[in-house]
Design a protein around this ligand. Sequence first.
Ligand SMILES: Nc1nc2c(c(=O)[nH]1)N[C@H]1C(S)=C(S)[C@@H](COP(=O)(O)O)O[C@H]1N2
Ligand SMILES: [Mo]
Length: 503
Amino acid sequence: MIRPGQRSIVALLAGLVAVAGSFAVSGLRQSFVVAPVDAVVVRATPAELVAFAIEELGYLGELLAYLTAVALTVVLFATANYVGLLVADAMAARVSIPSRVSVAVLVGGTTLVLAWLLSGSALSSVGAAAPAVVLAVAAAPADPGSPDGTVDSVRRRVLAASAGAVAFGALSYALGSRRATDIDHELPEAARAADAATLREQADERTLEIDGIPGLVSGIDDFYEVDINNVDPVLEASEWTLSVTGAVDSSFTVTYDELVDGDVRTGYNTLRCVGEQLNGDLLDNAIWTAVPVATLLERADPGGGCECVMVRAADDYYEQFPIAALERGFLAFGMNGESLPREHGHPVRLLVPGHWGEINVKWVTEIEVLDREVEGYWEERGWHGTGPVNTVAKLWTVNERADGRVQVGGHAYAGSRGIETVEVSVDGGDSWEAAELSEPLPSEHVLGERDAWRQWQYTWEPPAGDHEVVVRAIDGTGTLQPAEEESPYPSGSSGWVSETISV
Ligand SMILES: Nc1nc2c(c(=O)[nH]1)N[C@H]1C(S)=C(S)[C@@H](COP(=O)(O)O)O[C@H]1N2
Ligand SMILES: [Mo]
């Protein structure tokens, strides 16, 4: 007989190897048993906690959510196993089935069913059940009376099983991480990848040489990532479609090949997340390959009573906003000359110039024209992030020169309004000087005309002491960035970035 304490250890270990086994065969995909639990955790987390995690924890918040999901999934399997082991014990006592057989059948069966319910994938279910069976049988209670049924022998087997589970976990982690997603990184022929290279050169020519700040085009791996799930969808371009539905004259569906065969543009566009801190770095610029949404909208001839749309995605994300904004939007399938990477919405995402990142829907699958307004994913959680971005000037670097001069610099962004001027004060806001700005990226190559950030720098020779540096931008309409300080939740951060420098 197994003791209750040991039974829970075996149940837990079997749960652990089940989750590990599923990861080994699935990698970080929807078929990984943690993926649906993660989605439930993310959606069940109270709005205040989500806002706090985004504002204060950033990436750490995502990691916490993910670890919670992994732990919950292990507990789910462990609970099922525990019940299975209890039943196995009862069976061994009543009917003459060898206990190892009933353990194998019950732990294997419950793991298989649970994994199937979570993942819907046969491979992932077998990947979970097989190691759980091996582990449970290895540590299982021996038949009463047999020599390896002694307490010592059971304890030894449980210890060995623990070591085995840890080793298997490490191996599965390595295997699952290597299961690369088979995304084709070549842009389709029609996309003229050469255009991206030309735009890259153009941006490099305009980039100011400032230590400690990024260039005018963010690298794909440096481009910030914000999305609701820790397991991003994997969509094959060949299977992807976009439907235009709802209050339209004619609903229709386009395939990837049809889309990229359209009026392809290559251009810069900057994205900024409404949840970022005032001087945060959820702000990046890339060269996108895209087609205008307007062509699709004309074909659909939208009606509807609210002049608004709901855009939906493969990760069950949805955002609602005015058709007028969508009309000026783009469907992007390339980023910096490569096909759109998985984490940024492969194969196709929306770009809505001038607006906060959240309506730039990734993995987009449906545009539904609505009759009346309904809240989108983030608005249900209290955010107001569908509108135009706030103006901001970042203070991202302070460089003390050998000659005693000090350089401060960063990026400035004002959505479609564009950046006209950046002003710097080195005396806490009493007097202001214009900073040097990078040449604007040429508007004919910007998706959304002025919707690309600019770099700024200011160098001066401060006397010894403390200096409060303040920076503010003036947008293309001549409007000064508001001084009033607001935290990101719910409508985006506001205020002037300042930093005290001691020389
Ligand atoms: N499908 C989907 N699209 C999405 C999101 C998401 O969670 N799911 N997050 C949005 C948010 S809040 C932002 S700021 C941008 C970020 O885009 P990026 O990850 O490519 O930088 O994507 C938006 N599009
Ligand atoms: Mo965002």
